[in-house]
Design a protein around this ligand. Sequence first.
Ligand SMILES: Cc1ncc(COP(=O)(O)O)c(C=O)c1O
Length: 382
Amino acid sequence: MIYADYNATTPLSDGATQAIAQALEFWGNPSSSHKYGRKALELINKARESVATLVGVNANNIVFTSGGSEANTLALMGTALEMAPGFRLLTSKVEHSSIKDTLPLIEKMGGVIQYIPVNSSGKISLQDLEIILNTFKPHMMSLMTANNETGVIFPIPQILELCEKYGCLFHTDAVQGLGKLDPSFYRKAHLISISAHKIYGPKGVGALIVKKGVKLVATHYGGAQEIKRRGGTENVIGICGFGGSAKELIQTHSSQNLKEIRDQFENLISHGLDGVTIQGDKEPRIPNTSNIRFKGIASEVLLGALDLEGIYISAGSACSSGSISPSHVLLEMGLSEAEAKECVRFSWGQSSSLNTVEEVAQKVIAHVTRIRARNKLKEVSK
Ligand SMILES: Cc1ncc(COP(=O)(O)O)c(C=O)c1O
């Protein structure tokens, strides 16, 4: 089988598996003062150090959560609750659904949202951003580091400069940036969301990085865990797995040239087929992602054909795949509903190689050619 859906999730690394195995032995509650509790707390803090080192931030900044979605919700809701009423938030319409679906709650609390549009490449205009900062005067801006569907990167360092200039708090959803981009690209943000299962850690654990001085109202209550920023007994096993995957990534960082692999795949596809467009290919992208439209081919038909071959990819984000609604990201980039439904995402990772992408490209070319010929026949016989 060939797995090419690493933006949806990744398999557990050896480092994560070992850290989880160790955590299973020390099952104490980290809040207990006895030996079992102290050991569990020690393991959590070791993991905290590893995650902080990977990103290059202070360990005290890490607030462990149940994943990237909760980190995003905490960043937005925590700040909105701190600043409400009249909270002004600037964001984009291509954010992950955990941001998108939190926005109505903020509006319900009396917050006001403004959006910066993206162009057909998924890019934002820094000039437009500055105009909005000047006129709308947001308290907070939330823009993702890299888009999960297209891989397009927002210019975080320049965005941060503008935020500093206008005194605006900046949150970035770095879930797809972590492990794929140098952390110096986004680590100066005031609030940063990350998730373990995109970096070969377990699912159901992530973190919000909260920089010193940033005020946030907790959205989970029940104890003083995570310095009162996220109540509830910690997910010791998940957190340790996160720490294990982070530690392994620090050691093995950029040993694999995913960009070369991705570029080779895109070359093969572009040369082997007509009617192919690659979303955001002129923009800076994370090195592992290709979002490709095969004109005239419904994404689920291609997905099904590749699935039978043991090649696993997805149509847009994992959460929207399987649903019939087209991706909100692609619609915002100006694709029609029909065009958006012809897009599929290939996202490469540790098991990918030049050989793998050659095999996948061959199969994709064969299936697209076959499906187009069949569609043509159907048209003729109508
Ligand atoms: C950009 C982005 N943000 C947030 C999330 C949510 O992370 P989690 O699955 O850990 O809740 C994802 C997951 O696909 C993502 O790609």
